[in-house]
Write a protein that binds this ligand. Sequence first.
Ligand SMILES: Nc1ncnc2c1ncn2[C@@H]1O[C@H](COP(=O)(O)OP(=O)(O)O)[C@@H](O)[C@H]1O
Ligand SMILES: O=P(O)(O)OC[C@H](O)CO
Length: 498
Amino acid sequence: MKNKLILALDQGTTSSRAILFNHNGEIVRVSQKPFEQIFPKPGWVEHNPNEIWSSQISVAAEVVAQQGISGEGIAAIGITNQRETTIVWDRETSEPIYNAIVWQDRRTAKYCDELKAAGHIDMIKKKTGLVLDAYFSATKLKWILDNVEGAREKAEAGKLCFGTVDTWLVWKLTRGNMFITDVSNASRTMLLNIHTLEWDEELLKLFNIPKAILPTVKQSSEIYGTTATTLFSTKIPIAGIAGDQQAALFGQMCTKPGMVKNTYGTGCFLLMNTGEKAVYSNNNLLTTVGWKINGKTTYALEGSVFVGGAAVQWLRDGARVIKTAPGVNSLAETVEDNGGVYFVPALTGLGAPYWDQYARGVIMGITRGTTDNHIARATLEGIAFQVYDIVKAMEADAGEKSIELRVDGGAAASNLLMQIQSDLFQFKIIRPKTLETTALGAAYLAGLAVGYWDSVDDIQAQWIVDKEFFPKLEKEKVENMLHYWHKAVKCAQNWIED
Ligand SMILES: Nc1ncnc2c1ncn2[C@@H]1O[C@H](COP(=O)(O)OP(=O)(O)O)[C@@H](O)[C@H]1O
Ligand SMILES: O=P(O)(O)OC[C@H](O)CO
């Protein structure tokens, strides 16, 4: 068994990845495929669910083929995924009835306002740990049922399935045999009571969601079933599922209360393990389920930034200032500072700690001397400032100052971004050798379930530091930058009027 490999499927916002890990937690092979981002209207973001599946299964098949193994060589599959993204499909045909509404999509912002005005904020926070925002699945699911012709009747009749991306992938991997999700993904729907870990009747009534449309909620690490034989040469156990941010927390081995990581992907997500206690924030952070293993639930506090690496992507695809994402670094490195330019990348509103659905991006402080180099630098800083604001909120909740931060995700590859982050915090940033901690977390969850690894202690030593970043910038300069950053944030806030 230990000679076999674990296959992690990491279905992210911008690409699908498949990674084979060995018993030492090392990457043996990776394959990655980007897929289309669909923006039908300002503030709307969609994916084609069939493309999510085809890109994911093609990279899985690719790593297996390139490694020259068959299904026999894989001990288990672990799944991790972009969270909240909402897919509804026909139970009979497996055909989606609408595009996936992506977590960044703001189309239900107004409906959230109505719910706030009707006084539902506290009940929702108490039961789900979440802030009333268009980010989560419940309002997106309601939108599909209300806006796709015939959907509500079909849902009432039990003919439709709703799933976050994990549910959709398991459905496809098992050819419709399994309709499940795990507690970490379920906790992001705004329909799960995070204390009982069951779908909540009061919430289902509020959002007008028929229970028949929902999957069964499972632990994050257990043998759920096996893949359909038509996909790989043999049946492979599917044994781990977690939302990507919770998986990254696990992959970073933040398994003890108080441990924190930040992932710099499309968005940025800072999570702190709070142990068996669901801790509530007084500073606009989310309470979420980390994972459930062997009947024990671990909770986390989370600060979510909607646009992190996606700001770099916009610089590449929207503004066309750079040709590749890493190109942002070579541009930004050529200037010593931002030249007074501040970019608040509120391209899909602002997440924690502002929770402003109507904020939009601003670039402030442009002068005749401003160049694309300054804009590139301001983009990286805009990512780091947002993470700074979240750490401050978490420190206020914890009542103590942070001393270090573990980082991962695609954009954490940028040494400049990590240096800026350390300068802002004035403490150490630690980047582990494996930046693919999301996939690694899913691999660990699956491997633990099938006995590939014996226990968390067995894998703890596999977390190895690659590079540490220490603050270099004087405190006064940092304070001045923070002053202008917060001034720019005010300009971005509450921009959209309808
Ligand atoms: N070297 C780099 N410097 C800065 N940003 C980068 C770099 N490499 C990738 N990125 C950004 O990181 C993001 C990709 O990270 P990843 O963890 O793969 O995201 P996701 O899982 O959300 O799809 C992209 O938004 C990209 O713009
Ligand atoms: O695709 P990522 O890595 O940016 O993660 C998306 C999050 O899960 C959204 O909550």
